[in-house]
Design a protein around this ligand. Structure first.
Ligand code: FES
Length: 319
């Protein structure tokens, strides 16, 4: 039969499950890069390679089969081209298998080159957010430096080895003591100054040490240089887009989507030690009696509660 007269369906590759397996493998690689690059991503790559090879084999074996079936007719056409085409032109069916093969090879090669270029770039861009993020402990000095009920703008480095790039600011208030399971525990409110909208540095809305005539404490602890500047804030405000927060860090106006993040802390040998940050949806109550609706640390602009949280299913860790 002249290949030109073959029904259209015979030109189409038979459906197989290999492309689906290949797609699943790629999906597992992408999820693995985010969730677990050590184990899940390589498993996904293996799945993609196995199914990709099976897919390529199935596609090329079909082409080989067609080429074999068409070969006698092609030979006929070469012997008497005029008889096939009727006008002396090259037989229309002769080039079909080779063209198809070249088309598939070009697409496949393009895909492989695209993957080789894209995957490393995407990996270098995304992976550092998920790897090697350690929570440093920061010694803010003796608890006695923090007068009860007084706010301080505290600046410190989370990792002195990294230098100024690790400098952070927190608003710290000594709430006195609270009772936890029958035991008196020190209570501190320690609020991060990273705006919950886009991360700009939030400022305290109120007079600071110099105006108050109060002394700023500067000292050098094992965590590097520490500065504690007294302040009397009516709230906290963001200079970027006007986000406003009350003194518990609750959003009161502007675009931020949640309350300000807070620092976890512990008291060791009478010293205030800052741990990592956590995110806060909102705070009920104040000071030592505050009920903090806390969540794991997420990036600025991300909802931690309400239906909007489903828009942020995977988050890299933050300091
Ligand atoms: S970054 Fe603070 S309000 Fe936009």
């Amino acid at each position: 039969m002249n290949p030109e007269e073959m029904p259209e369906q015979e030109h189409l590759p038979k459906p197989t499950v290999w492309p689906i397996g290949f797609a699943i493998g790629i999906a597992v690689v992408l999820v693995g890069l985010i969730v677990d690059p050590t184990y899940i991503a390589p498993v996904g790559a293996l799945i993609a390679i196995v199914f990709g090879v099976l897919w390529a084999r199935a596609a090329t074996s079909e082409l080989r089969g067609r080429t074999t079936a068409i070969e006698p007719e092609r030979r006929e056409a070469q012997v008497a081209p005029a008889a096939v085409s009727g006008d002396g032109a090259q037989p229309a069916g002769e080039r079909f298998p080779r063209n198809k093969f070249l088309e598939l090879s070009t697409l496949g090669l393009g895909g492989v080159i695209g993957g080789l270029v894209t995957v490393p770039i995407a990996g270098f861009a995304v992976l550092p957010s998920f790897l090697g993020q350690k929570h440093h402990r920061t010694d803010l000095g003796p608890v006695s430096d923090f007068a009860e009920g007084q706010w301080y703008i505290s600046t410190f480095m989370t990792d002195p080895a990294e230098g100024e790039v690790s400098r952070r600011t927190a608003f710290v208030r000594n709430n006195g003591t609270t009772t936890v399971e029958g035991k008196a525990e020190p209570s501190f409110t320690i609020i991060s100054n990273h705006c919950a909208h886009l991360g700009c540095p939030v400022q305290a809305n109120g007079p600071t040490g110099a105006i108050l005539g109060m002394k700023t404490i500067s000292e050098h602890t094992v965590s590097g240089p520490i500065k504690l500047e007294p302040v009397v804030p009516a709230g906290f405000g963001c200079p970027c887009h006007g986000g406003q927060y009350d003194t518990e860090g609750n959003r009161t106006a502007g675009p931020p989507v949640r309350a300000l993040d807070r620092y976890a802390f512990e008291i060791i040998n009478g010293r205030l030690i800052l741990l990592g940050t956590f995110s806060v949806a909102h705070v009920d109550g104040t000071g030592a009696q505050a009920q903090i609706h806390k969540y794991k640390s997420v990036g600025p602009g991300e909802h931690v509660d309400g239906w909007e949280q489903i828009l942020y299913p995977i988050n890299p860790p933050h300091n």
